[in-house]
Design a protein around this ligand. Structure first.
Ligand SMILES: [Zn+2]
Length: 283
């Protein structure tokens, strides 16, 4: 059994067949998913959807959406972050690859969310794309941090080292299967201690390249879904990681699942009740 710690279930690409997507994931052995939010609206929707599906979610503002926050957003987010279904604050961080929001705004909105995570005492769900070490600098001077997941890690050896030294968890996606873009990452993943490793799809993005060509057809999906990634494809990320790290597939699945349980309280029957703060043990 596997858990996917990053699914954009609210993305428009899942609007038509979300229930089927969840069902296919469960049939593929992915029995729990973390629904990730990218702004206040999607945070509210994630809490609602999490309630329907019995899943946990994040609440936060993605760096791409940083420029769209409105006055009072911090109070609103703090409130949402206290919801029992919310097991982390994020996605939040820096993305200087595309700069959909100006870097200055990204920094402000990130800093505010670090504080919120500290106040509500829940993990930070961090997105870092080409911040050239700045994200680590900001976190390094932010005082006592809750547990941190660097989701969809695609950075350099130096960045990985600084994250690991700081005690952060590392999320790996299908990026690692990309013949070109994933080459550097494939060399680095052997350096991640098993107890710090988490697996995610970031669906509907980053479809693993080792997914069989006819996967959509096998699942009765037309050609319009050819490029879409689904949480049911997490086993392909697992297989690649097990091969690269020369680990047993079942053992790696169990270990990464245990990490998600420890960090986010995932993989357990998530009854209406709240996440036990006792589950969130700092590394
Ligand atoms: Zn991200």
């Amino acid at each position: 059994m596997l858990v996917d710690v990053g699914v954009n279930l609210l993305n428009g690409q899942f609007r038509r067949d979300r229930d089927a997507v969840v069902q296919r994931a469960r049939q593929a052995g992915v029995d729990d998913m973390l629904i990730i939010a990218t702004d206040l609206d999607s945070s509210m929707q994630a809490i609602e959807l999490g309630g329907v599906l019995g899943m946990r979610c994040t609440a936060g503002v993605h760096p791409h959406d940083a420029a769209a926050v409105t006055p009072g957003w911090q109070d609103q987010l703090r409130q949402l972050a206290t919801e029992p279904r919310v097991c982390a604050v994020g996605e939040t961080g820096l993305d200087f690859n595309r700069n959909f929001s100006p870097p200055t705004v990204q920094r402000e909105v990130f800093a505010a969310q670090i504080q919120i995570a500290q106040q509500v005492d829940k993990p930070l769900y961090v997105h870092d794309r080409e911040s050239q070490g700045e994200l680590m600098q900001i976190l390094g001077t932010a005082g006592l941090l809750p547990p941190v997941l660097v989701h969809c890690f695609t950075g350099t050896a130096a960045e990985l080292e600084s994250y690991l030294q700081a005690g952060f968890y590392i999320g790996i996606t299908g990026w690692v299967t990309d013949p070109q873009r994933g080459a550097a990452l494939r060399d680095l993943v052997t350096h991640i201690p098993t107890e710090r490793l988490l697996l995610e799809t970031d669906a509907p993005f980053l479809k693993p390249f080792n997914t069989p060509e006819d996967w959509p057809g096998q699942h009765g999906l037309g050609s319009r879904y050819k490029r879409r990634c689904e949480p049911a494809m997490l086993p392909y990320v697992l297989q690649m990681m097990a091969r690269l790290r020369q680990q047993d597939v079942a053992e790696l699945a169990a270990a990464t699942r245990a990490n998600a349980e420890r960090l986010f309280g995932m993989g357990q029957p998530s009854a209406q009740g709240s996440i036990d703060p006792g589950n969130v043990i700092p590394p």
